[in-house]
Design a protein around this ligand. Sequence first.
Ligand code: PNS
Length: 166
Amino acid sequence: MKTAVYPGSFDPVTLGHYDIIERTAKIMDRVVIGVLQNKSKTPLFSAQERVKMLEEVTKDLTNVEVRCFDGLLIDFARSCNAKVIVRGLRAVTDFEYELQMAQTNRVIAPEIDTLFLNTNLKYSYLSSSIVKEIAEFGGDIRGFLHPQIAQKVIEKFAQGKNLETK
Ligand code: PNS
């Protein structure tokens, strides 16, 4: 069984992430989405909320599961029995960071490969951070997220959250 992990912050999951998940699910037997729990920056959504949102949007993809992880990505990949890490590449600006991560991961875990999927052109400009910034200032984010996720982002900011304090 070929298992891939698709790691990220997913704060929140965008249509760009979903496109990568859907395509990965077609080429792999099993996909485990790894939601990074503790990062230095404070997320808008808790890890549990991010997992729940991902479960909601992937509920029809039968070979996809969602988990939280902490610590090293390669340890998470090993715990899932995955030999492949999937990352989406939007533009050349992503490349340097992604290549550094992939090379480092390969040095510490030579049995695990990183597979890059080019993002759908429709979403090549899209990031969770940009979506949050638009939402914070009352802009229309409906074209970037699943409707139920857009609603959750709008509700967060309506509760008085902002990107400075969260
Ligand atoms: O969506 P993001 O924030 O770009 O995802 C980054 C992520 C989660 C893939 C990266 O930060 C990560 O793998 N973190 C886990 C810690 C780790 O393994 N670091 C070494 C990577 S070289």
